[in-house]
Design a protein around this ligand. Sequence first.
Ligand code: FAD
Ligand code: LAC
Ligand code: ZN
Length: 484
Amino acid sequence: VNDAGRLSIDETVERIKALVGPKGWVSDPNDIEPYLVEPRGLFHGATRLVVRPASTADVAAIVTLCAAAKLPIVPQGGNTGLVGAQVPPENGNNIVVSLQRMNKIRAVDPLNYTMTVEAGVILADIQKAAEEADRLFPLSLGAEGSCRIGGNLSTNAGGVGVLRYGNTRDLALGLEVVLPDGRIWDGLRALRKDNTGYDLKQLFIGGEGTLGIITAAVLKLFPRPREIETAMIALANVDDVMEIFARARAASGDQLTAFELIPRFGIEMTTQHLHGISDPIAAAYPWYVLLEISSSEASGASRAKLENFLAAQIEAGLVVDGVIAASAAQAANIWRIRDGMTEAQGYEGGSIKHDVSVPVSRVAEFIRTAMAAVEARLPGIRPCPFGHVGDGNIHFNLSQPKGADPKGVDKAAYLARWGEFNDIVHGIVAALGGSISAEHGIGRLKRDEITHYKSPLELDLMRKIKHALDPDGIMNPGKVIAAE
Ligand code: FAD
Ligand code: LAC
Ligand code: ZN
């Protein structure tokens, strides 16, 4: 105990260990390592302790101890985040609070179309539990087998169903949160209407762990789809892509549940580098769209709608070729191409990545303008714009020129130009009224970049909110906004 009657940092760490018991913490360097790195290898942190509490009360007790000692906390879920937000700072003066053990589904209420879950439940397990109750939890993304709902909420994850069901923000009715001073906020309401002042949960959703630790949530469920039809369509150029989208929405009775853009480069990479994927369309075209229509009614209407739509658009000349999956295996093959995009890019050398959005009507304009600009800056650069264009989100990734050594010095030299390409791409995004982070968040990766794109007023309000909830700055410091 130090002069102020408080525990020292070392004593605080020992107290936390004693509190959670031997199963509740990790400090061996080998066991800690997976918590210190992230999927893209851009950040590598350090920590004193990884603590794995098993209950909300334990989380609150840990945070209370940390608050007293002003020991920074880094909340972590499945560690699949793509902006370094879940990685502890390099100085190691922090603890990582992993929600992995808080993985219980507390309740399913099919009549209320809701489910109450702890923050550490893996997204795929939530999807499965919803299905077992004859319901749908529509959040779906490539990392769903390992990301956890607390992470999904804290990043306001998007994914492939946003055009129909919204972002994670739209899928939560209530939250339970441990605040930076250790108090527990029980906001686990299961209401679809609740106009009782500020909607506090929305601060924590997308807060990237900087305002508190989410320990549980009430999630919205939907009717389970009884028919799902998947198609891959080919386009001669990208200009008409959003006209096709608009027509597909209308022609499907607004039952379009996915609309994902894939360039030819993406088909080539995935079929070449990943196992068991085949090109679904015999001829090669510059652009493709994965299109899915689903319905909770099993009438066969979805199939007919998709066939009629495809025939009409080929007739109209907007679509040049296409295939409707005739089996679950064929649909899975098309989805594997889409979901394999990130992995396949890893085999093509350095990839400078942008996760941007523009108004849906301006997607094609963005792609055309940005591709021309980056190709002018570095001839031979290989743009790979792909993703959730049905909600205006483009993953505008740029593979290094071919022929350059993918592993050695060329890759490092190429990746060193990330900032230069940010300026080009984000400048175009801003001019089109877009966002420099559509769905992955800010974290460390874009913390300084957003200061150029958000207004001083917005940045001022964000800092004031942070200060109001976390005056000592112990909750995930240095993420989203720079530590004071
Ligand atoms: P983590 O990575 O562990 O943490 C992310 C952030 O949330 C950090 O700031 C962390 O501090 C905070 N956090 C975690 N848990 C809590 C909690 N309980 N309380 C408070 N803060 C917490 N993202 C998309 O939006 N759409 C996609 O389509 C998509 N596809 C992906 C595909 C792949 C292959 C990969 C690797 C990632 C993808 N992502 C996507 C990014 C990532 O999966 C999401 O951001 C996901 O929501 C992160 O969840 P997680 O549990 O892994 O969180
Ligand atoms: C995806 C990730 C990169 O959509 O968000 O594949
Ligand atoms: Zn995505």
